[in-house]
Design a protein around this ligand. Sequence first.
Ligand code: MRU
Length: 337
Amino acid sequence: MQDLIGTSIQYQHKSLSVLDQRWLPKKTCWRPCNTIDDMVYMIRTLQIRGAPLIGIGACLILAHLAEQGMPETALYAGTEQLSASRPTAVNLGHCMQQVQAILQYAGPAGVVEYTENLFAEDVRLCKKIAQHGAALIPDKASILTHCNTGSLATAGTGTAMGVIREAKAQGKDVHLWISETRPLLQGARLTAWEAAGAGIPHTLICDSTAAMLMAQGRTDQIWVGCDRVAANGDTANKIGTYALAVSAAYHNVPFYVAIPHTSSDSTCPDGKHIQIEERDAAEVQGVSGHAGTVTWAAPQTPVYNPAFDITPAELITGWVSDSGVYTQQQITEQGGI
Ligand code: MRU
């Protein structure tokens, strides 16, 4: 397989490594990924994360093992294990279905070719989304974003974050409000780090500050990514996205979803059919990080910790994809993107 170099995943000199995102921005810690179990663990623990990138990561380990001579039956079993590692983002399941089909008609060599193309395609999709999206951003825009949708979540420059980077590259004066994204703080740890690296002026806020900012008229647009968009436009994304969309509708703030077509699921009729991942109570009861574990809730405290929520299509101003900008009506008519 050819070398494939992304911001947080690299296949180089015949070895695969992942930038452990749990340690950012404190530490840049690359970890080797040698087995399917390694990749499953990395996906479950969010060392590698973001809808496009978990699909790409899963394919990369399979392609790597295919090249090392892993038999077809073991690769097939690996697709099922990887597919089950996180349920909400459609990219992972879709990639694993593709690999299963390819194994049947092209064998392990086909998986390598598919993975190389997938990686290159994701870079291209990010560029296209960025171009379509940047055209919607006026000069002197104050934009709010949630979670991390940048180069840490894709093979390219990102989806929503790619749009914001492109607007800045076009010379637009952009200020970014970054919601911290409880409980795992992808906004505070990852998006703020990426924004600083890209020279985008930004301010970190608590998730609960967003509605007040909108009421004060200090947010011109909201841009988020997505993990799965159903055929009617209902959109699964990081927990907290729905609350932002409700506030945005109330305050008349345009709410955009940046979406590679690979995150559209035309087989899923609406948001009610999207499986929402539920995560460990410990993520809400306290925090684990480079400095150890701090717990603030009593360990027996019952917790509900959905990792994603569903934003109903009617709250979304537009879906900005690699093929253009879509309204709810267009998505419904086409049954997806
Ligand atoms: O749990 P995560 O960090 O994988 O969640 C990521 C998101 O919700 C992103 O917004 C989404 O995957 C789009 S990334 C381009």
